[in-house]
Design a protein. Structure first.
Length: 365
């Protein structure tokens, strides 16, 4: 598609010359004889680049720039025509959106090259705006696939916290309270970050909910999910997931672990890892996932987290010993303070994060 360029200059001879050069180069060219006419053109036509004269009667180039910026008429690159080399004036123009200057007169080759550079810059600006919209939509999508972070059922409290590396992330959690007073839950981590990862979190949740229609056994759920995800995930992508169902009355827990970081069972005076793990979801089709069992007694908590906690660094870019970090909190904080303490530490300037971080704490009352 041919690029569209607007020339705003009060000198007929200059407009005609630049228009001739640009038309021969294959551009679609529009012209305006002063700043006000240029603004009127921008209000009615789409252009990819603006060539703007600095010195014009009634409304000079800098005033046109300020008006365009104030009214948000265009975010396209502006190439300024000026023979003035006043440093302060040029700084003001750069601040107002000018990307480069050309003299009057100027060699055609120089004009074309600087226009070419400006159009490349315009494509980057356009791509950036597109990505902002995509990020906004992905963020809205994720807002609807996450349940409330806190939930209370008879005999069970659940608290969740998540912090994506960027605006959106690849971590996901979900839970469902059945009428039998059992709670099905999972914490998952999709490989990658940002838009692609957020899209796959939606797929993971959908696949989980579909698997739940077939079985309420965690191992069978992960087996069903793996067979489906192996068909839709790219070969380099995978999902880790810890999935469980707990009887809110007895605390009996059935669980299955697909390559997820080992959770902890936090007791009144100590804590212990929840053993057992099978392969990631996605890479290997027809993998069978085992359902294991344990009990969360009254006053105990199940602590689950994603591997973003394994990828924390200090100010000197030394990797944090996550086991020591977690053990310090688990040993020294009351169960009701654990999640908030971890969230506060990770959100602080003490650590450099390189991945999304998510924590789930399920306490038996």
């Amino acid at each position: 598609m041919k690029k569209r360029i607007l020339i705003i200059d009060d000198e007929q001879q200059v407009r005609d010359l630049i228009q001739k050069i640009l038309t021969r180069a294959g551009y679609i060219v529009f012209t305006a004889s002063d700043g006000r006419e240029g603004i009127e053109k921008l209000e009615s036509i789409y252009v990819d680049l603006i060539i703007l004269d600095m010195y014009m009667p009634n409304m000079n180039g800098l005033e046109v720039l300020h008006y365009i910026k104030e009214k948000n008429l265009s975010n396209k690159p502006v190439l300024m025509l000026s023979g003035n080399y006043d440093a302060e004036l040029r700084i003001e123009c750069y601040k107002a959106g000018v990307y480069d200057f050309i003299a009057k007169p100027e060699q055609p080759e120089v004009i074309l090259k600087r226009i070419e550079n400006g159009l490349k810059l315009g494509e980057l600006i356009e791509f950036n705006e597109f990505m902002k919209i995509e990020l906004f939509m992905a963020k809205k999508l994720q807002k609807y696939i996450f349940p409330e972070p806190d939930y209370t059922a008879e005999g069970i409290n659940i608290h969740c916290w998540t912090l994506p590396l960027s605006d959106i992330g690849g971590d996901l959690f979900d839970y469902i309270h059945f009428r039998t007073n059992s709670l099905m839950f999972f914490v998952a981590d999709v490989s990658g970050h940002s838009i692609s990862a957020s899209m796959f979190t939606a797929i993971v949740k959908m696949v989980f909910r579909n698997a739940l229609k077939i079985s309420e056994d965690p191992g069978e759920i992960l087996t069903i999910m793996n067979n489906e995800l192996s068909e839709v995930l790219p070969t380099e992508s995978f999902v880790t997931m810890f999935c469980g169902i707990i009887d809110c009355n007895s605390g009996h827990l059935r669980y299955s672990n697909a390559g997820h970081p080992t959770p902890y069972l936090i007791k009144s005076d100590n804590y212990e890892p929840i053993p057992g793990s099978d392969p990631f979801l996605g890479p290997i089709k027809n993998t069978k996932y085992e359902t294991r069992t344990t009990t969360v007694s009254k006053g105990e908590s199940l602590f689950i987290y994603t591997d973003g906690l394994n990828d924390l660094f200090d100010d000197n870019y030394n990797k944090i010993n996550v086991s020591f970090f977690l053990e310090t909190i688990l040993q020294n904080k009351a169960q009701d303070e654990i999640l908030q303490s971890i969230a506060s530490e990770i959100s602080s300037d003490r650590f450099i994060r390189t991945d999304d971080c998510t924590v789930m704490l399920i306490k038996k009352q």
